[in-house]
Design a protein around this ligand. Sequence first.
Ligand code: GLC
Length: 434
Amino acid sequence: MSKMRNKAIEILKANWRDGYTVPSKNLYPYQWKWDSGFIAIGLAHFDQKMAEREVETLLNAQWINGFIPHIVFHKVSDTYFPGPNFHRADLHPLANKEYPSTGMTQPPVLGFTLERMHEIAKDKKESLQFIKNNIDRVYKNHQYFYNNRDPKDEGLVYIYHNWESGTDNSPLWDPIFETIDAPVYNFERRDTSIIDPSERPTKREYDYYLHIIDIAKEHNYNDAKIAEFSPFLVQDPLFNSMLIKSNSALISLYKMIGGNEDKIEQLEQWQEKSITSFNRKLYDKDLGAYIHYDLRNDKPIRMVSSSSFSPLYAGIPNKDQAEALVRTMMDKFGGEDMYLCASFDPSTDKFNPKKYWRGPVWINLNWMLYHGLLDYGFNDLAQRVKSDSIEILEKVGFYEYFDPRKSIYKGDVKGYGGSDFSWSAALFLDLTEN
Ligand code: GLC
């Protein structure tokens, strides 16, 4: 184990770029929002200062309206498409002038990241000071979401692009793309020259991705216009769970700091409204799972993915719902021949064990699942998620995503996507801490 831990630390040090960490050297040469949170948790295990700088750098890229972008393009790189010149976040009048970025976001990880970093920190006094200096910027980000991403005032925020979900090419989005008339773009992708195309999204899927961005650009990334015109508008249980988890973390941290009663009260109000709506709108009793809601076409997306179980991490389900989730997980994902937890329902024909978010196991989702199951007292299953994660990483190394079928782990098998992937290394450090 200590050999693996040393290797994980080595990867994180190698992917460090003086203030932030790239997710994977060639494939992802910038700073990504939710990666940054998970990475900071890993960094905190061996270097508190590095972890704090990671978070601070991301926060420095925040916009005037509280928005935090999904990618911060710190340096120009020709190994990634689409770059800053395609995204043109500067079209938004409140965009950050100093840090070129995308005009979309990613799941709100920073609240629970700060809380976890503080638990890990050896120097609690310094850590508390760091939190005091930065927490208001995270609060402002939550305020941005509730004020701008919730047009029906439900306490559930929307995402307007599949890249905002973090689960880029999940089959969840297929029915939405069918409603969109995207042009055929002419462009050169970089990911498929680095990674086997069978493990990546297709060219046609990229046309949709680019088209949705072009529509947002036509409206200068104005939130109200996006809510009105974006062909992709979804309430995502994973995204909202992370927001809710981060709300609770902010409440605890503000209480620890003292004062800030107005912010605590506001967070509690958001929290109550969000959790009530979440259970009313995103819980599908017949499936025994949480699902996504297509706000643009006003209909539920009745499919089960690893995101369906993420509300456990945020304390959203009641006891009966939690038990139903576990039953669904075991029925569909938990066979003895499978590692937990596939990213998409293995009992359907959309499942593809090799392709990105259409089936492979991802360590960050497993990390959330592990903590959620523990919180609800499903200790044995939590231990299985943890030992499955460790076993896969030990077998093939710190890849980006992994085949859930146990039978293929023979001989010279590898993981999929980028190697030396930062959050796999970071969350391994957190899962195996002493
Ligand atoms: C891929 C993943 C996304 C992640 C990014 C950087 O796009 O789907 O979740 O943030 O890579 O690692």
